[in-house]
Design a protein. Structure first.
Length: 308
């Protein structure tokens, strides 16, 4: 049975789960502010929970300038003459996840523009999974992981199986959008469960994006949008039956979800995280705060505004 670690240690269930999407909506943090904020995350006690800084292809130049002009880079360059302008504090390149909403035509120029950074992954949006896989096979360095996202309307009915069958024969993950700026951007439990169980039956890993800032499923009191909880998704990731997965996704009792998370075995955690690898969140502090409130995380110090 999984037991909680001592304060300040990130449980294995949450390692690398939170990709830093601070510059994307609804957070929209300016790139010049996102760079030092990400560095703080990477140096904090919860760093093991934090993935790369996500950046759209069109903002890589802005990101490089923000890194080059930051005080930490100046200090690093002072210690190592000739260091590249996109290094992070300590002289290491900034770890970046490349988001390509424009499809495979963006891939080659974006890879070139991302050369100064440590490329942690590529997320490629497309309407043709086979074409995207072919482009990634041709252009992506073999040590860089990638995820392929198709519009949700193409993943309904037989379309879902067709897309997942293409991806399962490739080295790439699937990516699924779980929210957005309008109510229609949020899939219901059955739609998300179909995706999760379709991936689970194939052993296909995936990541999610948008709308998962909180641990537990809830209705946003300001917008009325129905948000999935990332803890719901984690627990549903081990299911291969769509009805069972949908029931887990629909659960709104945080204590019940926390109890289920505590009861996970090491094997179950491995299965879950081999399936659900990460999600993009514009706040790092918010999901961590939710986990602490549920007793699934013990922090050595409060999460302050600068951690957001």
């Amino acid at each position: 049975m999984n037991t909680l670690p001592p304060g300040g240690v990130i449980p294995e269930l949450f390692h690398g789960l939170f990709d830093d999407a601070a510059v994307f909506p609804p957070g929209n943090l300016p790139v010049v502010d996102a760079v030092p904020a990400h560095r703080l995350h990477r140096a904090a006690w919860y760093a093991e929970a934090v993935g790369p800084l996500l950046c759209g292809a069109g903002r890589l130049g802005e990101l490089a300038a923000a890194v080059a002009n930051s005080p930490e880079t100046a200090t690093a360059q002072g210690r190592a003459s000739g260091a590249d302008g996109a290094v992070a504090a300590g002289g290491r390149p900034l770890k970046v996840g490349l988001v390509l909403p424009g499809g495979s035509t963006e891939l080659a120029p974006a890879l070139a523009a991302a050369a100064p950074f440590e490329l942690a992954g590529v997320e490629l949006a497309t309407r043709d999974a086979a074409e995207a896989v072919a482009a990634l096979d041709r252009l992506l360095p073999p040590d860089v992981p990638a995820a392929v996202e198709l519009p949700r309307e193409l993943l309904r009915g037989d379309g879902l199986d067709a897309v997942l069958d293409v991806l399962v024969d490739s080295p790439y993950r699937a990516k699924f959008r779980t929210g957005g700026l309008v109510a229609e951007a949020f899939p219901d439990e059955d739609e998300l469960a179909s995706f999760l169980t379709g991936c689970a039956r194939r052993g296909l890993p995936y990541k999610c994006t948008a709308g998962l800032h909180n641990a537990v499923r809830h209705t946003d009191p300001e917008t009325g949008f129905e948000h999935h909880g990332f803890l719901n998704v984690l627990l549903a990731a081990q299911e291969t039956d769509r009805t069972a997965a949908a029931a887990v996704l629909a659960e709104r009792d945080g204590e019940a979800l926390a109890k289920a998370a505590r009861a996970l075995t090491d094997h179950q955690i491995t299965v879950i995280r081999n399936s659900f690898t990460a999600f993009g969140t514009c706040s790092i502090a918010e999901p961590l705060g939710d986990l602490a409130a549920l007793g699934l995380l013990s922090s050595p110090s409060p999460l302050h505004q600068e951690d957001r």
